[in-house]
Design a protein around this ligand. Structure first.
Ligand code: ATP
Ligand code: MN
Length: 460
């Protein structure tokens, strides 16, 4: 049985034999003694293997290069050198897999992020992506823990949908029809009755609508699953396939909704600080010297809350600074969101947006112009959460759907929840990768998901 490097490094079991397995990060030394830095992904840190060359077959030892995979047995000793507490004195080394030094792409340090995306099959073996992937795990786990501890139930909403839920972006089709020989109706349209589900189907852009159905039965629920948007935007903040966390709460109003969003984000960031200090320290030192300070500051002070209308008043005064000029009614751009978070020196929750730029299901305010929407804006990221109190009044919801040409035949079941035992309720969507951008300090969303899906890119 081997021991994980993370456990070896914290072990005090000196002078006993242990086995380590992992990949060679570096090998250096002289003709008598060599030092191999071995990493197995369990931690950002490597274990140092000390090899006295006289004890080893020269041919075997030559096979050990950066990237090769080893099984090493040896004695765990207190380290003589600086920077590590323990090291291993190698007794036997088995080479599981060599890595040809001519062609192995991860030879040197300091590859560009763009280059690493081209070798996404190997980039998990870099320090950076090891750190990002471990943090991604911690955050996913913390999300489940947070909601479970609060009595929320995890609900699985469908990936394949028969309705364009909220017009939240272009959808991907799901079909088994023969593209070269599409069945047609007498009018010449594609006959989806012939398709697998007997109707037109797409990949979901959000689990919210089905989430609402279950919240109106279980009270507090959340979803955490993949969502898909065929937005051809190619920005550093948009993926075609991303993960979304969507809590939905019966009997919550917009203020309860904001309180939950703020509490959850602070919890998650604190969880990362508490549970992944080494990975965060690495990212802080390598990429972004302000990362740790920024994370701490978000956990410490209350988020600023203000109305869209108040935000517009601030922005309009600074219109000279913006590429897109601000006036009441516009959808805010990244530059405006950035201005607001800088102005207030921290996260901002904006509420009561114009109804014409928001989805049909948001609760309409009495002014007839705004809806009870809330977006959470974060430093660096811009929008990290979008949510709202939902319209629970059947007549108002029905009228809004008509105005927005949303076919009743697609969403009759959603409307029925407002007919049978409706209640005030609210929810929001947190983009998991936007959270990961903030937590890791990475600047491109392609670098916080193992295998990104973006326009013209679905390799790996
Ligand atoms: P944006 O204006 O940034 O495109 P949106 O208004 O389309 O966002 P929502 O429909 O409210 O976003 O989705 C909820 C959350 O999902 C967003 O706040 C964001 O965190 C995340 N999100 C939305 N689209 C994407 C995407 N293409 N890739 C990654 N995350 C996304
Ligand atoms: Mn969008």
């Amino acid at each position: 049985m081997h021991t994980k490097v993370a456990d070896l490094l914290s072990s005090k079991d000196y002078n006993n034999d242990v086995t380590a397995k992992g990949w060679v990060r570096t090998k250096r030394g002289n003709k008598n003694i060599n030092f191999i830095a071995l990493n197995d992904g369990s931690t950002i840190h490597n274990i140092q293997i000390v090899v006295e060359l006289a004890n080893f077959n020269e041919e075997l030892f030559k096979q050990i290069t950066t990237g090769s995979c080893l099984c090493v047995t040896g004695t765990l000793v207190q380290s003589q050198g600086q920077g590590q507490s323990v090291e291993m004195q190698a007794k036997t080394i088995e080479v599981y897999g060599t890595a040809d030094a001519e062609t192995f792409p991860l030879q040197k340090k300091g590859h560009t992020m763009e280059f690493l995306r081209e070798i996404a099959h190997l980039r998990p073996r870099t320090n950076t992506f090891g750190a990002v992937l471990r943090l991604r795990h911690h955050m996913a786990f913390a999300i489940h823990k947070y909601f479970n501890d609060k009595g929320f139930f995890y609900v699985h909403t469908p990936i394949i949908t028969g309705s364009d839920a909220e017009g939240a972006g272009e959808l991907f089709r799901v079909t088994t029809l023969d593209m070269k020989n599409l069945p047609k109706t007498p009018e010449g349209a594609i006959d989806y009755k012939e398709d697998f589900f007997g109707k037109e189907t797409k990949l979901t852009v959000s689990g919210q609508l089905e989430g609402e159905l279950t919240a109106l039965a279980l009270g507090l629920i959340y979803t955490f699953g993949p969502t898909f948007r065929a937005e051809n935007s190619n920005t550093p903040r948009h993926l075609a396939e991303f993960w979304m966390i969507e809590p939905e709460m019966a009997f919550y109003d917009i203020t309860d909704n904001m309180d939950l969003a703020e509490d959850m984000l602070k919890y998650l960031i604190q969880y990362a600080l508490d549970n992944a200090p080494a990975d965060l320290q690495f990212l802080n030192d390598m990429y972004d010297k302000e990362l740790l300070a920024r994370l701490k500051s978000v956990t410490e002070k209350p988020f600023t809350r203000l109305n869209y209308t108040e935000a517009v008043e601030i922005l309009v005064k600074n219109n000279a600074k913006f590429e897109f000029k601000v006036e009441w009614g516009i959808d805010l751009q990244k530059e405006h969101e950035n201005y607001l978070v800088e102005h207030f020196k921290g996260p901002v929750i904006l509420t009561n947006y114009p109804r014409d730029i928001k989805a049909f299901y948001m609760k309409q305010n009495d002014d007839g112009k705004t809806v009870r929407a809330m977006d959470v804006l974060f430093p660096w990221i811009g929008e990290i959460i979008g949510g709202s109190q939902r319209e629970e009044n059947y007549d108002k919801l029905y009228a809004r759907m008509n105005e927005m040409h949303i076919p009743e035949k697609d969403l009759w079941w959603y409307l029925e929840t407002r007919k049978f035992g409706t209640c005030p309720h609210a929810g929001f969507g947190l983009g998991f990768e936007r959270l990961m951008l903030f937590v890791t300090g990475m600047t491109n969303i392609r670098d916080v998901i193992p295998f990104p899906r973006t326009p013209k890119n679905a390799e790996f």
